[in-house]
Ligand binder design. Sequence first.
Ligand SMILES: [Zn+2]
Length: 327
Amino acid sequence: MEEYNIKTRVVGVDISNEMTTYAIVDVRGNILAEDSFCTADYPDVDRFITELSEKIVMLVEENGGYETIRSIGVSAPSASSVSGCVENAANLPWKGVVPLAVMLRERIGLAVGLSNDAHISALGEHAFGCAHGMTNFIVVSLGVGVGSCFFAEGEEHRGKLGYAGEFGHTCVVDKGRMCGCGHQGCLEAYVGAAGIVRTAEEVMAEHPETPTLMREQEKLSPRVIFACCEQGDKLAIEVFRRTGQILGLGLANYASIVDPEAIILTGGISHAGHWLLDPVYESFEEHVFGNLRGKVKILLSKLDNRERDVLGASALAWSVPEYSLFK
Ligand SMILES: [Zn+2]
């Protein structure tokens, strides 16, 4: 039997509104064992933490034992790495401020780091993805929401409260569409999944005579619109042209402030490929500060979406000071 004496592993946990995934990850970012359960089954946070702790312990005991695990990193929506709390998460069952890092540390007896999904993505890209070896870069996640995080001089910029990089809620259209945050004209209202569907409805309303596959769909989503683009559907292509135009403008503003080596796009919407990216590049180059023109790379994440947050959480785990009840 193999002997484990050095702590060469961490546990990465990704909590989303649907699933909680937890995995044992080694120093190279290999996922050695992984499992998941449904977050919504635990509306009581105490029960959730108990369940998560027991499941992690079980997975660890089946895969090398406690003495191999250094620490735990957790990704959760609306989490702050500064406070260690999940704060007023709109899409999680637990309301108010939840001191999740401390709760988990007390149950498991190992150091726990906590951060939100946008920051976790950037840590994952830096440790295992496109941003490996970069010191100044921006990671933007495009999905239901639009999140971001940037590294400056090799360090993640967390901000005073741990929420730096709320790119989705920067204003791109004065008095524009209503956003879920209560403001008008936010980038997310145009580039988030619901915003793209809304653009599709606008484009169809503007061209009632033009045939489009989008009208034949039971339910529109960015994925469905992408599939229509692949069929050469002109109006669907126009939807991503408009989306890319606004995203490129937002990224140009962002890059003009940060002066990054690269912008890395991740999340489901980034899979729209060149239908989205061509207009993004064009708009970006048009709007970015002149001295940066042609010098900022816009890259697509190569990390698997499913693995990205668990790997990012494992990268966070390595950064927290070691603590163990089992030394
Ligand atoms: Zn907003």
